[in-house]
Design a protein around this ligand. Structure first.
Ligand code: NAP
Length: 417
């Protein structure tokens, strides 16, 4: 039995998703919490919920959504932006779909998105980047893009360890570093710290390799993406620990690029995943020039921030870019875009990114036919050129539809598959 929540009802129907320490045990009618979000979250989230529920029903299942709150709505209901109920519900029911939340710049409260990821230890930010036919793209061959970015979510710059110029704290740190560690940091500097640990690196890279092995028919390479030439003991260690995982934990299922060339003349044995590495600056270029050579990219936080947006740009940008934050047996699935406040309440923006974030959730749940139906129906709707304003402005012809109309069309189009 689910526990009682202060201000949000638990659906009467449906069951909890469980976790056996290795994989999720998903009932046919799970209860899944959903955070609507701020701004345009109120436009896209109801549409995404409806589309995902329809796909579940059409494949013989159901989803019972449980509304939980964060951000401005939570503040109205609970008097705080991230209530305990919300964190407890995600812990108890294991997965959640989340709309975008507003983060005030320079002051106010810290990013709720970051807080949710850190408190629930959702250590891998996983962003599939693939092309949907019909989406305008700046590339000549956008269909070549089919990658999944695994970005470490808890360390590196996301640890948020920094001190402002001129404060007592920065003075202490600067004095220690200059006097005891031999550095020469100028008096007018702010200081930030970038921790990267073996444990956090290895669990991320295991997740990336496991994903590649589970999807061997589609993916062959896991590329460790780092700046180890410059930051040897953080980024360089990320690469070394990654190779250690590949060499020590997977037997013959995984080989490194060195072994591939030194012992096998570049021939990849059947059903084997290859782990290689690239410097992050080179990788940004390779994304564009050698797109088909890459599959799964695993990287520390800041590299992942840049790389996933750059890759997303190649296949059409924010309105269609989904994302997910996954830990062990737990995950929060959310679009990459923010709450775009200027469009809030206009039933105008594109719900595709949140719908496709839900698709990743369905994939994580093992509902393969359901996730495929969502993907196919979204793609057909865009290919038919019945699209929201953002896509409409960059294509010839077609019909501009509202956010909610787009959702209805996706549901109708499910009957074509
Ligand atoms: P944004 O909300 O992502 O919007 C930037 C622009 O992206 C929009 O003006 C729009 O471009 C386009 N866009 C965003 N969502 C779209 C959608 N669903 N459909 C079509 N186009 C879309 O970024 P922002 O204005 O910088 O940030 C607003 C707030 O969101 C901030 O408080 C920020 O901190 C927060 N944020 C939250 C998350 C999250 O919750 N995960 C992520 C990022 C930002 P055009 O105007 O050109 O059409």
């Amino acid at each position: 039995m689910p526990r009682k929540y202060d201000k949000v009802p638990v659906p009467e129907e449906g069951e909890k998703i469980k976790y056996d320490g290795k994989e999720l045990l998903v009932p046919d009618e799970p209860i899944i919490p959903q955070i609507e979000g701020d701004g345009t979250g109120k436009d896209v989230s109801p549409v995404a919920k409806k589309v995902l529920k329809a796909a579940a029903e059409k494949t013989g299942r159901d989803i019972h959504w449980m509304d939980i709150h964060a951000g401005e709505t939570a503040n109205e209901i609970y008097g705080k932006h991230l209530p305990q109920d919300t964190l407890d519900a995600i812990r108890e029911f294991r997965l959640a779909l989340k709309g975008p939340l507003t983060t005030p710049v320079g002051g106010g409260y810290r990013s709720l998105n970051v807080a949710i990821r850190q408190i629930l230890d959702l250590y891998a930010c996983v962003r599939p980047v693939y092309y949907l036919e019909g989406v305008p793209s700046p590339m000549k061959n956008p269909e070549e893009m089919d990658m999944v970015v695994f970005r470490e979510n808890t360390e590196d710059v996301y640890a948020g360890i920094e001190w402002a110029r001129g404060t007592e704290e920065v003075e202490k740190v600067r004095n220690f570093l200059n006097e005891e560690m031999g550095t020469e940091i100028p008096e007018d500097a702010g200081i930030g710290i970038k921790p990267i640990s073996e444990s956090a690196t290895k669990r991320l890279i295991r997740k990336a390799i496991n994903y590649a092995l589970e999807n061997k028919d589609r993916f062959q390479y896991v590329t460790l993406t780092h700046k180890g030439n410059i930051m040897k003991y953080t980024e360089g260690s990320f690469r070394d620990w990654g190779y250690e995982v590949a060499e020590e934990e997977y037997g013959e299922d995984v080989i490194t690029e060195n072994t591939l060339w030194e012992e096998r003349e570049g021939e990849i044995p059947e059903d084997t995943v290859v782990v290689n590495d690239r410097l992050a600056d080179n990788m940004l270029q390779q994304l564009i020039t050698r797109t088909t050579n890459y599959d799964i990219l695993a990287m520390p936080n800041l590299n992942g921030d840049y790389l996933s947006d750059a890759a997303g740009g190649q296949i059409g940008g924010l309105g269609v870019a989904p994302g997910s934050n996954i830990g062990d047996g737990r995950g929060v699935f959310e679009p990459t875009h923010g709450s775009a406040p200027k469009y809030a309440g206009q039933d105008k923006v594109n719900p595709t990114a949140e719908i496709l974030s839900g698709r990743i959730m369905l994939e994580y749940m093992g509902w393969d036919d359901t996730q495929q139906l969502v993907k196919d129906a979204v793609e057909k709707t865009i290919k038919d050129k019945t699209v929201t304003y953002d896509i409409y402005r960059s294509i010839d012809g077609g019909e501009k539809v509202k956010c909610s109309e787009f959702g209805e069309l996706v549901i109708e189009n499910m009957d074509s598959f």
